[in-house]
Write a protein that binds this ligand. Structure first.
Ligand code: NDP
Ligand code: HSE
Length: 439
């Protein structure tokens, strides 16, 4: 009988994603063996708490509390880093790469913070690093950019990259619930990060945008060099107002490159999108990415962006690439050099020059002259009002919702500071960008 190759996998982390990978490797064992021409065996699993109850049963003999033991185990070919965070995850990843192993990771925070170091370690020591699950959950967006669209330069990539936030915004819009209430559901469903502020404050989307910007443009852009705003100040009323205006609100990552000026801008913020655009129609835990390539035009990618099964699908696709690499000595290699912004690659566009239209929500005293004062501040800053909606807020107060004609970040920022200082403005104003992307 012909013997086939067995590839040994070490799972570091056995939470939502790790258990999903185990479950689907068991369920699809026969198909995977046949498709890959190899057996895939999970031989070791690292966890923090050996006594914790798991939703899947694994032999106790496979478990360890020492993830580095797996990274240094010569019998393990592929290390899946599914712990999260950037401390132990970094140590495990670098140790495994230094041992020439293949590392599979779902950890976008790690790649954003330490990507340059990780890819350098892989190149230096002959290891490999695969990361399909790090962006957009089950959507194979990494492969799409790196392989399917390799002929293109990318003037714009934008989309929904956080399943938790899209789930929250969709539920707030359809059920009128407050964001904190829906956040509890998203956590229970396994969508949210261990530290959920990463999701709702926009950092997780920023980490993913950083990974996509690097793939598309070869430049590592850190969140500190982006506009990053989350969804935690939005209320069901904002979703309702957006609908009235013909929009829906999505937390978007927008990566734009002006090839003439050689400038790159990466930003993350809740955005009003025209209700009939492809990305606006994507709800729940789903992610959607619109990629505009100079050769292909715009292509869209939609699928579940978080959760056990979708993420396991992406991790297992990387395991399959790892098996192909072990069997045939070839696979997806990253050979292109990468740069810090403003090195040989492109420059970062100054944020204040970004042009767009805005949605402004103000809670104001419900008395005469207030609208005139607000209009005066906007006008002084050359921000022109397009529409006004006034709704009652609490007693003696009104909610004033304005949209603007085209302006820029500098003007709206200045206007916002001055509005905040008006006696008649009772709360910090909320400003959202309007994205007139129709594709
Ligand atoms: P969980 O919090 O569910 O799981 C983390 C796992 O890491 C747990 O099994 C935990 O052990 C283990 N762990 C923590 N600290 C240690 C330690 N010191 N030594 C050994 N093991 C440790 O996270 P997720 O599965 O949700 O996420 C894992 C990674 O995947 C993260 O990088 C996340 O960003 C990413 N990701 C998550 C998605 C999702 O939908 N959940 C989607 C895409 C990416 P124990 O179980 O004993 O506590
Ligand atoms: N917390 C992340 C999300 C997990 O909700 O999108 C997937 O990366």
């Amino acid at each position: 009988m012909k013997t086939i190759l067995t590839v040994n996998i070490g799972l570091c982390g056995f939470g939502t994603v790790g258990q999903g990978v185990w479950k689907h490797l068991q369920h699809s064992r026969a198909e995977l063996t046949s498709r890959l021409g190899a057996n895939v065996e999970v031989t070791r699993i690292a966890v923090k708490d050996l006594k914790k109850k798991r939703s899947v049963k694994v032999p106790v003999s496979k478990l360890t509390e020492d993830a580095l033991e797996i990274a240094n185990d010569p019998s393990i070919h592929v290390v899946c880093e599914l712990i999260g965070g950037t401390t132990l995850a970094r140590k495990v990843t670098l140790a495994a790469l230094k041992n020439g192993k293949i590392v599979v990771s779902a950890n976008k925070a790690l790649i954003c913070d330490h990507g340059a170091e990780i890819f350098e370690a892989a190149r230096k020591h002959g290891g490999h690093f695969f990361f399909e699950a790090s962006v957009a959950g089950g959507i194979p967006i990494i492969k799409a950019l790196r392989e399917g669209l390799v002929a293109n330069r990318f003037p714009r990539i934008y989309g929904i990259l956080n399943g938790t936030c899209n789930y929250i915004l969709t539920q707030m819009g359809t059920r009128g619930l407050a964001y904190s209430e829906v956040l509890r559901e998203a956590k229970a469903l396994g969508y949210a990060e261990a530290d959920e502020s990463l999701d709702v404050e926009g950092w997780d989307t920023a980490h993913k945008a950083s990974v996509l910007a690097w793939l598309a443009h070869g430049v590592w852009v850190q969140p500190k060099d982006m506009i990053v705003e989350g969804i935690n100040r939005l209320s069901p009323a904002d979703l309702h107002n957006a609908t009235t205006l013909g929009y829906t609100i999505k937390l978007l990552a927008v990566i734009s490159r002006d090839f003439k000026k050689n400038e790159l801008s990466v930003r993350v913020h809740p955005t009003l999108l025209p209700i009939n655009s492809v990305v606006a129609s994507v709800g729940g835990v789903f992610n959607a990415v619109a990629v505009t390539g100079d050769v292909v035009g715009t292509t869209h990618y939609i699928g579940r962006g978080a959760g056990q099964d979708a993420t396991a699908s992406a991790v297992i696709s990387d395991i399959a690439d790892a098996v192909a690499l072990i069997k045939h000595g070839k696979g997806t290699h990253l050979t292109s050099e990468s740069y810090e912004p403003n090195q040989k690659g492109c420059k970062l566009a100054p944020a204040e020059r970004i042009i767009g239209c805005y949605y402004v929500r103000l809670t104001v005293k419900d008395q005469s002259g207030v609208l005139a004062n607000v209009a005066n501040v906007l006008s002084k800053n050359k921000v022109s009002i397009a529409t006004v909606i006034q709704n009652p807020a609490h007693t003696g107060a009104a909610s004033l919702v304005l949209t603007t004609h085209e302006s820029n970040e500098k003007s709206i920022g200045q206007a916002l500071k001055q509005l905040t200082n008006l006696d008649s403005v009772l709360e910090t104003p909320l400003v959202l960008r309007i994205g007139n992307f129709t594709d």
